[in-house]
Design a protein around this ligand. Sequence first.
Ligand SMILES: *Cc1c(COP(=O)(O)O)cnc(C)c1O
Length: 369
Amino acid sequence: MSKMSRKAAALPHLRRAGLSKGDPVALPLTMTSMYHLPGDPAGARQYGRFDNPTWEAAEHQLAHLEDAGIVAFPSGMAAISAAFFALLKSGDRILLPSDGYYTGRVLAERFLKPFGVTADLRPTTGFADGGFAGYRLVFLETPSNPGLDICDIAAVAKAARAAGAIVVADNTTMTPYGQRPLDLGADLVVSADTKAVNGHSDVLFGHVATRDEALLSTLRDWRKLSGAIPGPFEAWLVHRGLETLDVRLERMCNSAEIIAARLAERKDVVAVRYPGLPDDPGHALARAQMQRFGFLIGLTLPSKAQAERFIGACPLIQPATSFGGVHTSAERRARWGDAVAPGFVRLSIGCEPVEALWPAVAEALDAAG
Ligand SMILES: *Cc1c(COP(=O)(O)O)cnc(C)c1O
């Protein structure tokens, strides 16, 4: 049995060891800013910005999956901001992917630069080319969003750490079940749990995972002092979402494998990017370092108009930005200025049965052509 199957099986039982007779089996939602705190405050929960039992429960599940210490944040960007602002200082250089989630680059340009932190950009394909000398922090994202290019996490981590950098991996597109960057040598994982981890498109959330106690404690202090804390109800919803992540991800990735292969056979589809396709440029690396091939597919249609017609025509595709929900969703990424073809569609495969989903996708392609 695989390690991740054992973890998936144990996840819904994590609370059991802490229960007393008569306690609720389901996680209570603790909405409080204050804790009963007479006398010496040491050793107790003190204030709602420092601790919350509902965050702790979600962090416990994520710690179980990541084999690491966890700090939960109110969004994926809050987790990435924590990694930047808590760990960098004036004069540092950092390396970001030129093709990954664009907000990280905007944040660096707009708010790190004035503090004297310089960001260089490099494409995910060939991310290690040129080495990592002089970088304090190296941030990778694989498969990259939206292009689904892949870099070798172990090779980047080894070279970047040898050069003295902290290696941060954005694992949003894969989740801890699909890819394990800490096992491959990264110092820190950041994740937008807004996406597949929560999975129900009703919450923004994020986390940082690390096995380095010093980094963990710095990130905890950052959260407490900056006030970038998650809401207890959001943590409660993520806790519930995590209980089904294994099942949802399995369905989504299995369906994506089938749909990507069928899209690749169609004459009206100019190109398909999916790490699970044997002729995808990232396939060999994906096989070597990913547990699953993911639920995101990049497909290029001949034109902007055809792509918009396709998205609009399919009753089982939700036109929306963001991804990882139980419902299939899609958008044309060029509408946000990503460096992709005008007809490039990022398709996020949901939990609909594939025998219903594929015919709906195929009919929408027919209708759009
Ligand atoms: C969505 C996303 C983020 C940001 O997450 P938010 O919860 O929207 O702040 C970061 N990285 C990647 C790869 C994402 O897809």
